[in-house]
Design a binder for this molecule. Structure first.
Ligand code: PLP
Length: 252
C-alpha cells in the first residue's frame, strides 16, 4: 500500500476511475459550496487509442480533449458512429490548421491570439452555428507555455481589448478562459494560478459592458480538486480517468 499514489488510484477500469473522479469532484464542490453539476468533465484522450475512447464512452463519458488535429481526426473517423460524442481542442493551434480545427471541433479551449480568432471566424461553416471558444491565458509566466501572457495585472487591459475583438466575431461564441499551470506534485502550488484566472474573468466581466463570461477551464489529473475550489467549471482530466498515456509518438 503506497500512500503516494492516492491521487491517481490504481484501479484498473475506467468505471472505477470515473467513479473516483466523480467522488473527488463532489467533495471539492461540497468544500466550496458549489453544486456538483456546475463542473463538467472533459476526458483528455491525447495519445490514447480509439478503442480506449470507445470504452470511456461506454462508461458514460461524452467529451474528449485532444491536442493535435491529425491525431484527433483519425479518432473522429474511427468513432464516427458515436453521434453525441463531443470533441474539444485543448492544444495550441497553428494558423495553417485553423480552418480544419474550426470545423472539426465542438469547442476550442486554446484560443491564444486574435489572429487565430479571425481565422476561426472566417473558416467556420455557417451551417454549424458559432464555434465555442475559450481564451487561453498564461497566468504562471512560463515562457514555454502558450496563452495570452496574463501574469502581471498590467497586461490585463491588453487582454480586455483582445476579448472585446473576439466577442465581435459573429461565428465565434466566447464563453470563458482556460489556463494550464505547471505540472505539480503538490496541487496547492497551483492554487494562486487558478485564483488569478478567476480574478481575470471577473475583471473582464466588470470592465466590458454586456459581457458575461462564465466558463473557467482549469484543473488536470494532478490538481483538479483545487481548481474546482477556485471556481473551475470545466476540468480536463487525462490519466486519472483513462490511465497512463502511451509514450509520445515520434511523428507528433
Ligand atoms: C494533457 C493535458 C491535460 C490532462 O493532463 P492529465 O495530467 O493527463 O490529466 C489537460 N490539459 C491540457 C492542455 C493537456 O495538454
Amino acid at each position: 500500500m503506497d500512500n503516494l499514489t492516492l491521487n491517481i488510484p490504481e484501479s484498473n477500469t475506467i468505471q472505477e476511475r470515473l467513479a473516483s473522479v466523480h467522488e473527488k469532484i463532489a467533495l471539492a464542490c461540497k468544500k466550496s459550496g458549489r453544486k456538483p453539476d456546475s463542473v463538467r468533465l472533459v476526458a483528455v484522450s491525447k495519445r490514447q487509442s480509439p478503442e480506449l475512447i470507445r470504452a470511456a464512452y461506454s462508461a458514460g463519458l461524452r467529451s474528449f480533449g485532444e491536442n493535435y488535429l491529425e491525431e484527433a481526426r483519425e479518432k473522429m473517423e474511427a468513432l464516427a458512429d458515436l453521434k453525441d460524442i463531443q470533441w474539444e481542442m485543448i492544444g495550441h493551434v497553428q494558423s495553417r490548421k485553423a480552418k480544419a480545427v474550426a470545423n472539426s471541433f465542438h469547442r476550442v479551449h486554446s484560443l491564444d491570439s486574435e489572429k487565430l480568432a479571425r481565422l476561426f471566424d472566417q473558416a467556420r461553416e455557417t451551417g454549424k452555428g458559432p464555434l465555442e471558444v475559450l481564451v487561453e491565458v498564461n497566468v504562471s509566466g512560463e515562457e514555454s507555455k502558450s496563452g495570452l501572457m496574463a501574469l502581471e495585472p498590467g497586461s490585463w487591459p491588453k487582454i480586455l481589448e483582445i476579448v472585446q475583438n473576439v466577442r465581435a466575431l459573429p461565428r465565434l461564441r466566447l464563453t470563458g478562459l482556460m489556463c494550464m499551470p505547471p505540472l505539480v506534485t503538490d496541487m496547492e502550488a497551483n492554487r494562486p494560478y487558478f485564483q488569478k484566472t478567476r480574478q481575470l474573468l471577473s475583471y473582464i466581466n466588470e470592465n466590458l459592458p454586456g459581457i458575461n463570461l462564465t466558463e473557467l477551464s482549469m484543473g488536470t489529473s494532478s490538481d483538479f480538486p483545487v481548481a474546482i475550489e477556485e471556481g473551475a467549471t470545466i476540468v480536463r482530466i487525462g490519466e486519472a480517468l483513462l490511465g497512463p498515456r502511451p509514450t509520445k509518438k515520434e511523428n507528433n
